[in-house]
Design a protein around this ligand. Structure first.
Ligand SMILES: [Zn+2]
Length: 162
């Protein structure tokens, strides 16, 4: 299914556009492993208990300077605007329900595929500090991500980054 979706996107249609994702990676901050839950996420409580200097604040990224690197990947995805919500059929309604309240400036994307190797590219698991998407010279942050069954593709709502 994923292959079929990919070849369909590769062929191109009016919605298929190029975008980039910038991902910050580096040394994991100790606050990530201090969390009680299984999820590794930014833990402001750890930073309050271990103030800088000495334990450098990762500033919400979960990654400590100066080991940060930014990797930019070219992606292809189908891009829709809020107008989609007025044209939605019942299947689409179910998907849009997963994406929260859609604002006029939001982008809805469906994909994504790495433009260089045409591989499926997951955009889940990032936060506002570790990833941004650039489309049409504007930067966006990833909000809700909905992964379709069997990881056929992901739908996501992007909000404009101020
Ligand atoms: Zn931290």
């Amino acid at each position: 299914m994923q292959d079929r979706m990919m070849s369909w996107i590769a062929k191109g249609n009016e919605h298929v556009q190029s975008l980039t994702i910038s991902i910050i990676t580096g040394t994991a901050c100790p606050c990530l492993i201090a969390d009680d839950s299984d999820e590794t996420s930014y833990n402001p409580g750890w930073h309050r208990a271990n103030p800088a200097p000495g334990d450098e604040d990762c500033d919400g990224s979960g990654i400590i300077d100066p080991n940060k690197t930014t990797t930019v990947t070219n992606l292809k995805a189908m891009i829709f605007t809020e107008k989609l919500t007025t044209q939605a059929d019942s299947m689409m309604d179910q998907i849009l329900d997963q994406l929260g309240k859609i604002q006029a400036t939001d982008l809805i994307i469906c994909g994504c595929w790495d433009s260089d190797n045409e591989a499926y590219f997951s955009i889940s698991g990032y936060n506002d500090r570790t990833a941004k998407i650039t489309y049409d010279s504007k930067d966006y942050l990833i909000r809700e991500v909905y992964t379709m069954p069997e990881s056929v593709c992901q739908w996501a709502r992007l909000v404009e980054k101020n």
